[in-house]
Ligand binder design. Structure first.
Ligand SMILES: NC(=O)c1ccc[n+]([C@@H]2O[C@H](COP(=O)([O-])OP(=O)(O)OC[C@H]3O[C@@H](n4cnc5c(N)ncnc54)[C@H](OP(=O)(O)O)[C@@H]3O)[C@@H](O)[C@H]2O)c1
Length: 323
């Protein structure tokens, strides 16, 4: 079977399409034929080594596929089940993969393969960010950076449906309309304007209840500036670079802020958490709390281009790889 491998950390060119042996699933594992694979910014961190992984390695954490073989001690699934996942072991950029059954959930009818492969990692992340990292309430004012991105479109629509007032930032003119159509009440082009000043014009100084910041180093300080006293800073990504130190006195103490740097792994520790979170995501999709439009499809042989596009900020929403 064909699979993308990396042998060293680096640019998109280190992604190599190889013939690989798939092997047999262990007792608590299943073999999945992937139908659609999610493209995520975390794949870039794995490829560059920002999040180090043992090499050589596969890449990719999200896919939807059909179970073709099951191990001898499988509890939850059978051959033919359509499943999705959003976690290690890494290697979703493959025609087939072997996964522990505890990491999988069934995809309900009414959710296409492509959509399932966009809303497991991104959807569960949106779920834990708005329901558990900082449980959004009606009337909360939210700032989300990169609102026209894959996760941004899902989170902003869902936050809007909960009654929050959503301010989204975007990096280009063409993304402004996309963010507006995907849940943002207000959109700021932070490539052209100082987003802190713009936020103040919209809602006033120190008014933001929660910032969900996946952009990182370029937005961190400004995000802190917009927060209200006792506001919540959720730093969950590093598209522009990793924030590895904070100044507690200046950044946190000045306004008595709350700060968290979560990962999806912290919110899907137990299988029950994964299953419950995925159920909330599918329910929200099927009751129109958010809609998903796949923005672009790549083949496995085009993943180098997919990573170039992602890093060049050219994608406008969730994208998939069709094996
Ligand atoms: N902690 C977690 O559990 C978790 C889980 C999933 C995702 N994430 C994080 O969530 C964020 C969004 O993920 P995603 O997969 O949906 O990606 P995405 O938002 O579709 O793509 C990243 C976006 O970041 C913005 N950006 C700003 N500065 C950038 C720069 N210097 N280089 C590249 N992009 C830049 C771009 O939007 P503009 O052009 O509009 O600025 C770009 O489109 C990522 O940081 C990801 O790591 C975290």
């Amino acid at each position: 079977m064909k699979s993308i491998k990396i042998e060293k950390f680096g640019g998109p060119e280190v992604l190599t399409l190889k013939d690989a042996e798939i092997g047999k699933p262990g007792p608590k594992e299943v073999l999945i034929k992937n139908l659609s694979i999610g493209l995520n910014y975390i794949d870039v961190y794995h490829r560059t080594g920002l999040y180090p992984i043992p090499l050589p390695s596969g890449i990719g954490l999200e896919s939807c596929g059909i179970i073709e073989e099951v191990g001898s001690d499988i509890k939850f699934f059978k051959i033919g089940d359509r499943v999705t996942h959003a976690s290690m072991p890494i290697g979703a950029y493959s025609e087939k993969q072997i996964m522990p059954e505890e990491k999988l959930v069934i995809v309900p009818d009414g959710v296409s393969d492509e959509v399932a492969s966009c809303i497991t990692l991104k959807g569960i992340t949106a779920e834990y960010l708005i329901h558990r990292a900082y449980p959004l309430k009606k009337g909360d004012i939210v700032l989300y950076h990169a609102a026209a991105g894959g996760l941004g479109q899902i989170l902003c629509q869902w936050a809007n449906s909960l009654g929050a007032e959503v301010i989204g930032t975007v990096g280009s003119k063409s993304k402004e309309e996309i963010a507006k159509k995907n849940g943002c009440h207000h959109v700021i082009n932070y490539s052209e304007k100082d987003f802190v000043a713009e936020v103040e014009k919209i809602v006033g100084k120190n008014r933001i209840d929660v910032v969900y910041d996946g952009v990182g180093i370029k937005t961190f300080k400004g995000s802190i500036e917009t927060l209200k006293i006792r506001g919540m800073m959720v730093a969950f990504g590093n598209a522009s670079g990793y924030v590895d130190t904070i100044d507690v006195k200046k950044d946190i103490n000045t306004k008595g802020l709350f700060f968290t740097r979560p990962s999806i792994a912290h919110y899907t520790v137990k299988r029950e958490e994964l299953v419950e979170s995925a159920k909330k995501v599918f329910d929200a999709l099927l009751t129109n709390k958010f809609k998903v439009k796949v923005s672009k499809k790549y083949s496995l042989k085009d993943v180098t281009q997919a990573h170039k596009d992602l890093e060049a900020r050219l994608l406008t929403g969730p994208a998939v790889i069709i094996p």
